[in-house]
Design a protein around this ligand. Structure first.
Ligand SMILES: [Zn+2]
Length: 568
């Protein structure tokens, strides 16, 4: 591409309404532009990067034996009602009506339609395994779109679905997809971790996530360097490590605690560590109030509570309900005298003579023991903390932020049963098909790469996904020889199949260098005064030094640097 006659712009200043480095750099370099909250335009160079990412994934999917299709975005709502998922998606699903008042939705994910497509092909066990995938626009009405392309309301997703006769078949299909994902992310040069995750609204038997490690990701990754354990925070198990207290039991005592409301204030008031305090939080699980108790220094893990009680939704109870069940202002909830179900964390039941809210405004109980109230369920309901014991070895865990760039699900027969997707075995018996589903967000990959690869000058794209592999910058357009050599090299590179941009704009050299750095082109050839000695300058993005090379050797030098960068 020659820049002078092409669509191209950059912005000098940081963008005010972007809250991430990647969002800011991608907007400033003219690759994307926000259209509305959580909805973006991909402009020519951003779209080029997106296509390169897609092509890597497509090659790996095809190599794994999957076949590409394209499903509609506009789907009758009844499809999701039939599978039982309409409610689960709730208001995150965009819904609309056609001119005949028939309800439709914009698809957030496509298990149902793929099951319908598979049903056309599958009659008997001989028709499997098969695997279908697509690159297609998805819609999710996120409450808080943010971080540029990371949390958006409209996005392209690569989703794939495998169909097998049994779990052994699913395991093989799953492994093929898993390997294809690893290959894809390795080729893009993303720094990622694979973690186990909650199966959430998808349901099924197993869910793993591919998480790009960055500073801003919305997911918290729990990692152990000693054994390689990696998990999403929401499912990371806590190993009980503190011993049972063996101090002698005291009798509970009601204490007036004016102005002491937070854990810190209360523990300050009593002069005791926060570990001697037990928090009681009132949740609504499937709209029923439940009290959850964790030690003062711990946080409730809502996913664990929901799973432990077998609920499908969990949220903190609103103030009015808390006041109603505790007969006190918010902040004084405790287990004593509560008439709702009480769930306690494993660490709570080891304590003796602890402090709890008294269900009376401005009051707490001290010297409380388990015999003072009725616990219904005991289990692991707290969030793991940095420095806690690894669930897998004797090491300790630490946290990183992650951006979920891919996920893989062993769905089992949940959707095939709901959608009547069945096959005949060799004895002519009907069985439900066993499914897996697999997603990659190319836009998130793009954003994660920008988050992981940038410096003060702009993005530093890995060679495999860069908008161009090489930039040729002509310093002075008034010097005919510089223009000629710039064009000669450009044609030579293009013929050799190298994705090259020629900066032939009538701009100052500094402006051109800044733009190529902001855009993150891995290699730059500068055509300036040295052409009189048959030399041009070669610079690798991210390195301070450039070197002079002969014009005749430029192609070979660029090829060898490209090879080096693509392989490392
Ligand atoms: Zn470990």
């Amino acid at each position: 591409m020659k820049l002078n006659k092409s669509y191209f712009y950059t912005l000098r200043e940081n963008v005010k309404d972007e809250d991430s480095i990647s969002g800011n750099l991608l907007v400033r370099s003219g690759m994307i532009k926000k259209s509305s909250s959580g909805v973006y335009m991909y402009l020519p160079l951003g779209y080029k990067v997106l296509k390169k990412i897609e092509n890597i994934v497509r090659e790996e999917m095809n190599a794994a034996g999957a076949q590409e299709v394209l499903m509609p975005s506009l789907i009758p709502e009844e499809v999701y009602i039939a599978s039982g998922r309409r409610e689960g998606f709730g208001s995150s699903m965009f819904s609309l009506k056609d001119r005949f008042n028939k309800p439709f939705v914009l698809g957030p994910t496509h298990e149902e339609l793929f099951a319908a497509a598979a049903a056309m092909h599958i009659r008997s066990y001989k028709d499997m395994p098969i695997n279908l995938y697509q690159f297609q626009t998805k819609f999710r009405d996120e409450p808080r779109p943010r971080f540029g392309l990371i949390r958006v309301r409209e996005f392209i997703m690569k989703d794939a679905y495998s169909f097998d006769t049994d779990v052994e078949g699913l395991n093989l299909s799953y492994q093929r997809m898993f390997d294809a994902y690893k290959n894809s992310f390795d080729r893009m040069k993303i720094d990622y971790k694979i973690v186990t995750a909650d199966t959430g609204v998808m349901g099924g038997m197993l869910s793993e996530e591919f998480q790009a490690v960055t500073d801003i990701g919305e997911d918290i990754l729990v990692l152990c360097d000693a054994c390689g354990y990696a998990s999403n925070l929401e499912v990371a198990a806590c190993v009980s490590k503190d011993p049972m207290s063996n101090t002698s039991l005291e009798t509970k005592e009601l204490v007036f605690t004016p102005k002491a409301k937070t854990i810190e204030e209360v523990s300050g008031f009593f002069g005791l560590p926060v570990t001697q305090f037990v928090k009681t939080l009132i949740y609504l699980i499937d709209d029923i109030p439940v009290a959850v108790m964790v030690r003062g220094d711990h946080e409730v893990n809502e996913t664990k509570v929901r799973k432990l009680l077998g609920g499908s939704s969990i949220e903190l109870a609103p103030a009015a309900i808390v006041e109603d069940v505790t007969n006190a202002a918010v902040g004084f909830a405790g287990p004593i005298g509560l008439s709702i179900q009480i769930v306690a964390d494993n660490e709570v039941v080891k304590l003796r003579n602890f402090i709890v809210g008294a269900n009376q405004t401005d009051h707490h109980y001290k010297n409380v023991n388990l015999s003072d109230f009725n616990i219904k369920v005991i289990g692991d309901v707290r969030q793991i903390m940095e420095g806690d014991r690894c669930p897998n070895c004797t090491g300790h865990v630490h946290f990183k932020h992650g951006i979920e760039i891919g996920n893989t699900f062993k769905l089992g027969d949940k959707y095939s049963k709901a959608m009547n997707l069945e096959y005949l075995d060799s004895g002519n018996q009907l069985h439900p098909v066993v499914m897996g589903s697999y997603g990659i967000g190319p836009g998130r990959c793009l954003a994660a790469l920008a988050e992981q690869n940038h410096d003060e000058f702009g993005i530093r794209w890995p060679m495999a996904v860069a908008p161009f592999e090489v930039a040729i910058v002509i310093i002075n357009l008034k010097v005919e020889k510089q223009v000629d050599i710039g064009n000669l090299l450009y044609n030579r590179f293009i013929e050799a199949g190298i994705d090259t941009v020629l900066d032939d704009r009538d701009q100052r050299a500094g402006v051109k260098f800044n733009d190529m750095d902001l855009l993150g082109i891995p290699l730059r050839i500068t055509v300036g005064k040295t052409v009189d000695q048959d030399l041009v300058e070669l610079k690798v993005r991210g390195q301070n030094e450039s070197k002079l090379i002969s014009i005749s050797e430029a192609l070979e030098q660029v090829k060898s640097l490209m090879k080096e960068q693509l392989s490392k």
